[in-house]
Structure formats: structure tokens, C-alpha cells
Design a protein around this ligand. Structure first.
Ligand SMILES: *Cc1c(COP(=O)(O)O)cnc(C)c1O
Length: 384
């Protein structure tokens, strides 16, 4: 065994961290009811708007992304409301479970794993009317597909009493999203994905339409009260103790992202995803996504006759590379390489070089260098 094995994360959250943001959090002491913190919070919220590509207000909670998802349900709806949900995997199923937890009746449009939500079918349901909100993922991290948020958003924005909620927790920073143009009323993000910082913060943007719906909504809520948080944050305050060290971290990371440029961050993920897909094919593997593939994460089918679990385990023990296996019924069937966080082309080349050795070791024949070469060719194409 080699002496040194560095652990590296290539998972769809948590993701490789931006060290300078970590260091800021370690060296900065702040009390949250101070002018210094309020100024930092205001700047962070402004930069979040840049990151989200929206003019709408953004709120922040000390929770994982699911907290803001739950909040979208409890803040928009009232008992007796009906909603429309598009699901293409495990995270789409979370919307279904959340609606159920609050006793909200849902109509569910389900895509088989690997395919994107059939937006045409959702639009047909919308024509029948009576939906108070529509829920979907921008990118479904469990399968590596991207949904057509633009087309669905434009259909929902024509309906005055129906809000459009998008889980963009892995979509942000990896995908060109135009929430204001597309009529996204609530766009949700989380800290442990493309923002390059640890887990623990959830974000949500709120349109005017969502603001009006929240005033009428009667479902119970307390901590995840969007309107209350929005009011507090307008003063640079949060309703309860904020996760100060994570806010400091986020502030530094968003400064980095702003300098880099949102478009360049997205282009980075796009390059890594395309290179991964072409490398998979060169290695004799199939891409799991048959719908529009996401830039956030690439899902690759297990080598014929070999469980993907073996690939994931070998990559971890041999190289310290942390990939993710399929979730639920996809376990053993595919593995995922994410393209989120502080992560560059060189990291991917290393992962692919390691993957080739792992594939040989688990019994899948490959020509060494063929996956890496495919990725290099994608790089050359992108830099031409
Ligand atoms: C990570 C993720 C979430 C949120 O999960 P948490 O564990 O609550 O942060 C939700 N949706 C998608 C698409 C994700 O990738």
C-alpha cells in the first residue's frame, strides 16, 4: 500500500472547501448583535443575490438545505391546498414527502431514474388548474439529470395564484439559472455544494408573488418562518442566533466567486461534467443519465457484471477518493462523481487516472490513459 493517501471529496455535498474561507472563519470572532456583523451579513446577502442571479430578497437559515425546502411548503400553503410536484429521483421524492408531512394533497409527475421530469406533462396538469404551487429540482443530484426549469417557470408565471419553487441546491453555481426571467418564486440553495464551504446553511430567494402567498398561508411554522426572517435580515439581523462562523466563511467564499465570476464558476462545472461523461464512454461505461445531463454531478453505470459499490470502495481505500454509490434502488447500479465546490480540471484528471486503475482492479478491462485522454480532448475543445 502507498504510504500517503489523501482523502478528497467528489460527492454532491459536502464538497472540497475553499481554504481561505475556512481560515477567515477560524480567525474572526464576531458577536451577531453588532454593527460589524450586520455589515458583514448585508454584504453576504448582496453577494448571494449575485450568486443566485436574482434581484429578489434572499433569506438564510442555520440548517441543511432541507430546512429551506420544508419552509417553502409551510410558508406558501394552507390546509386543503393542492400542489404539483415533478420528481426525477430521491430529492424530488423529498418534495412529495414534505407535502405529505404537512397534509398537502399533491399531484406527482414522476420520471424514471435517469430521465428528466416531463415538463410537457406538468404543463397539461397546470391547465386543469387549482394548484397553489409547483415544486421541482433544477438538477437532481441522485441521478445526475437537469430539469427544464425555464419552460416550466414560464408556464407557472402565467398563473396568478400559483408559486414556482425550485430546489437548486446543486443547480446553483453549476447551471445557468435565470430565476427572475423564468418566474421562479422561491429558489433554494445550500452551503455544502458549489459555495465551497461546509454544511449548515440553507438559502431561499423570495419573489413578490411568493411574498403575497406567504401572507395568506395558514400552515403552522415557527423557526422556518420566511417572512419573519426576511424582515430581520433587511436589518442585517437574523431572528435567532445565526451560524456566525459559517456566515463569515460564506462571505469570504462569495467574494472569491464574485471575483471569479458566476459564469466562470458554471463553465468550470460544465467542463468537468462533459469531460467525465466522455471519459466514461472511453472507458467502456455507460452514462446513467439519459435525460439532459446535469453539470453538478455525473452518474456512471456500473461496469457490466460488477457492482458500483466495489468501484466506490476501491477508490476510497486505494486513493482516498470519495465518490458516491447510487441511492436507494440505484445502489450498486451506478456511481457518481460530483463537480461541485473548490474543484478544478487537475482534480478531475487525477480522479479519472485513479478510476482507470480501480476499474482494472475490480475486473473491468480498460486501456490505461483512455479516460484521461478523452477528458484532455474535452479540455482542448473548451479552450479553443
Ligand atoms: C444536497 C441536496 C439537498 C439538500 O440536502 P440537505 O442534506 O438537507 O442539505 C436537496 N436537494 C438536492 C438536489 C441536493 O443535492
Amino acid at each position: 500500500m502507498p504510504g500517503i493517501v489523501k482523502e478528497r471529496l467528489f460527492t454532491p455535498g459536502p464538497t472540497p472547501l475553499l481554504m481561505e474561507a475556512q481560515l477567515r472563519a477560524l480567525t474572526m470572532t464576531l458577536h451577531h448583535r453588532t454593527d460589524a456583523f450586520r455589515a458583514l451579513m448585508r454584504e453576504t446577502l448582496d453577494n448571494l443575490k449575485y450568486y443566485f442571479n436574482t434581484k429578489n430578497d434572499i433569506i438564510v437559515f442555520a440548517s441543511s438545505g432541507t430546512g429551506a425546502m420544508e419552509g417553502a411548503v409551510s410558508n406558501l400553503l394552507s390546509p386543503g391546498d393542492r400542489v404539483l410536484i415533478g420528481t426525477a429521483g430521491k430529492f424530488g421524492e423529498r418534495w412529495v414527502q414534505l407535502a405529505k408531512a404537512y397534509g398537502i394533497e399533491s399531484v406527482v409527475v414522476e420520471a424514471p431514474y435517469g430521465q428528466e421530469v416531463p415538463v410537457g406533462e406538468m404543463k397539461k396538469h397546470l391547465e386543469s388548474g387549482g394548484f397553489r404551487a409547483v415544486f421541482i429540482q433544477a438538477t437532481e443530484s441522485s441521478t445526475g439529470v437537469r430539469n427544464d426549469v425555464e419552460s416550466l417557470g414560464k408556464a407557472v408565471s402565467a398563473l396568478p395564484d400559483c408559486c414556482f419553487v425550485v430546489d437548486a441546491i446543486t443547480g446553483l453555481g453549476t447551471t445557468d439559472l435565470r430565476p427572475d426571467e423564468w418566474g421562479v418564486d422561491i429558489l433554494i440553495g445550500g452551503s455544502q455544494k458549489a459555495t465551497m464551504i461546509p454544511p449548515g446553511l440553507a438559502f431561499a430567494s423570495i419573489s413578490d408573488k411568493a411574498g403575497r402567498a406567504m401572507e395568506k398561508s395558514k400552515l403552522p411554522r415557527y423557526y422556518f418562518d420566511y417572512a419573519k426572517e426576511r424582515k430581520s435580515l433587511a436589518k442585517g439581523e437574523s431572528s435567532y442566533t445565526p451560524a456566525t462562523s459559517l456566515i463569515v466563511c460564506l462571505h469570504a467564499a462569495l467574494n472569491y466567486i464574485k471575483e471569479l465570476g458566476r459564469e466562470n464558476l458554471i463553465a468550470n462545472a460544465e467542463l468537468l461534467a462533459e469531460a467525465s461523461r466522455e471519459a466514461a464512454v472511453a472507458l467502456g461505461l455507460k452514462n446513467f443519465a439519459v435525460g439532459t445531463p446535469a453539470n453538478a454531478v455525473t452518474s456512471i453505470c456500473a461496469p457490466p457484471g460488477i457492482e458500483s459499490t466495489k468501484v466506490v470502495k476501491d477508490m476510497k481505500s486505494r486513493f482516498g477518493v470519495i465518490l458516491t454509490d447510487g441511492q436507494g434502488s440505484m445502489k450498486g447500479q451506478m456511481f457518481r462523481i460530483a463537480h461541485l465546490g473548490y474543484y478544478d480540471f487537475l482534480d478531475l484528471v487525477a480522479v479519472l487516472g485513479a478510476l482507470e486503475i480501480t476499474l482494472l482492479k475490480v475486473g473491468h478491462k480498460v486501456e490505461l490513459g483512455s479516460g484521461v485522454r478523452a477528458a484532455q480532448n474535452v479540455y482542448l475543445r473548451h479552450s479553443a
